[in-house]
Ligand binder design. Structure first.
Ligand SMILES: [Ca+2]
Length: 452
């Protein structure tokens, strides 16, 4: 049965009652995982069989990007379907900063739009889009929220801080290891809304720091890795994989697997060296616009609608999730604002005439980037631009800028045209991070973690 829809959505193309039931949506979001650290990306040491299964049973996007190389703005892009620079959410939110640091309340989230189309909406885990009351997830389209407003938390059983259910504090004392608690809550939401349709955003904190694994997992991992931090990272990834598996099993048990589009994606590149993640074959890390900072594991599964074992080569973005899901929900995008994402389903079906995106753009303060075709240009305020050919040099080891001044000029001009639709950041960037980012570019290299 299709729930009542707001009149505007009905008028603008809601699914007819004779159409197949509208799918549920589950977005599984990792935090700071390394590109290389998935079995489906070739890792032989980090074990992610359940996450891999999403790619194997559906599509693996070979060039899946996020809109930022740090947590909060990446989430702002995903949840709004719009480049976050359009509305000034360019920088991370500092813990305890207060207003005006939060997703501007003039923005509509994917939960607003799917909720308006009759979906039950839930967020489990990390929010990181503002801590003041007006930014609370339940004010931003989510019917239900279990998690925390800040950007990281303690994993140790019973020790997590600032957990909320809705707006009510949760006594952490009885909770298990944090990633397990989030998996449990995700399954609870699915059971409670099994009749559907629902949208569930499972925003894990794993494998973001602090580096804390389940105690029982550590002895075996410690034997497999030379360093304690890499062993801990492996165990944190395993815990996340277990909980992704729990969610997939819950969908299967309720006979919802065929009626649910499941997406797995990561919010920014691996935060090497802090969490010992590995972004190979890409250089750069979280905080940079090298591929290792913004190109992420990106998989989707919807049996009967996305063929198993599909790979998709053209660049896609987390910006695309909102338009794709709103369309599948029978809704329509508001026409009072520009959307930067596109509906991916025609592209996956092979019926689209063009690639999803002609170009993708990034900006964080004094550094900006554009990818167009195989070309990637990174622009610095304090250094000449760097040009890379991703088809021939995916690890961005060779700067071609001096050899191709016309292409540099063309891409710089296109980047500036994109910037004409952006505004100044609404709050300042932490100056420590600014210096740190330049340092990361200067030191960028593909770290092979040969000892694995
Ligand atoms: Ca992150």
């Amino acid at each position: 049965m299709i729930p009542a829809l707001p009149l505007a959505l009905l008028c603008l193309g809601a699914a007819s009652p004779t159409d197949a039931p509208r799918p549920n949506f589950v977005v599984l979001f990792a935090d700071d995982a390394g590109y290389a650290d998935f079995g489906v990306h070739g890792s032989t040491t980090i074990r992610t069989p359940r996450i891999d299964s999403i790619a194997e049973d559906g599509v693996r996007f070979e060039a899946g990007y996020v809109t930022a190389s740090v947590c909060s703005p990446s989430r702002a892009g995903l949840l709004t379907g719009r480049y976050q620079q359009r509305f000034g959410h360019e920088f991370n939110i500092a813990a305890g900063a207060g207003a005006p640091q939060g997703l501007p309340t003039t923005e509509l989230t994917i939960a607003d739009l799917l909720g308006g189309a009759g979906y039950a909406t839930g967020l489990v885990g990390k929010w990181h889009l503002g801590e003041d009351p007006e930014y609370h997830p339940c004010e931003r389209g989510f019917d239900e929220f279990f998690g925390m407003l800040r950007g990281s938390n303690i994993y140790v059983p019973g020790a997590a801080q600032g957990l909320l259910r809705g707006t009510e504090p949760v006594a952490a004392g009885e909770l298990p290891y944090l990633t397990d608690a989030f998996g449990d809550e995700a399954c609870r939401f699915i059971r409670a809304h099994a009749e559907g349709p629902f949208f569930l955003f499972v925003s894990f904190t794993a494998p973001h720091t602090p580096m804390q694994a389940r105690a029982a997992d550590m002895p075996a991992e410690r034997e497999r890795f030379e360093t304690k931090v890499r062993a801990t990272y492996a165990a944190m990834m395993r815990a996340m994989d277990d909980n992704v598996g729990k969610v997939l099993d819950q969908l299967q048990t309720l006979d919802l697997a065929d009626r649910t589009l499941v997406v797995f994606v990561n919010d920014n590149g691996g935060a090497m060296p802090y969490n010992a993640s590995l972004n190979a074959p890409y250089s750069g890390t979280k905080g940079t616009f090298l591929e290792g900072g913004v190109r992420v594991p990106f998989f989707a599964r919807w049996p009967g609608h996305i063929a198993a074992g599909t790979t998709f080569a053209a660049p896609v973005s987390t910006l695309d999730l909102l338009p794709t899901m709103v369309k599948l929900a029978g809704g329509a995008l508001p026409d009072d604002r520009a959307y930067d994402g596109v509906d991916l389903m025609p592209h996956l079906a092979g019926t689209a005439a063009t690639a999803p995106h002609e170009a993708l753009f990034w900006r964080l303060d004094d550094i900006a980037a554009i990818r167009k075709g195989p070309w990637k240009l990174v622009r610095f305020e304090s250094a000449p631009p760097r040009l890379h050919d991703l088809a021939r040099d995916p690890s961005e080891s060779k700067n071609l800028a001096e050899d191709a001044p016309e292409r540099v000029a063309e891409l710089l001009a296109e980047l500036e045209r994109w910037e004409a639709d952006t505004i100044a950041p609404l709050w300042n960037r932490n100056p420590i991070w600014r210096a740190h980012t330049m340092e990361r570019y200067d030191q960028a290299k593909v770290d092979t973690f040969a000892r694995d």
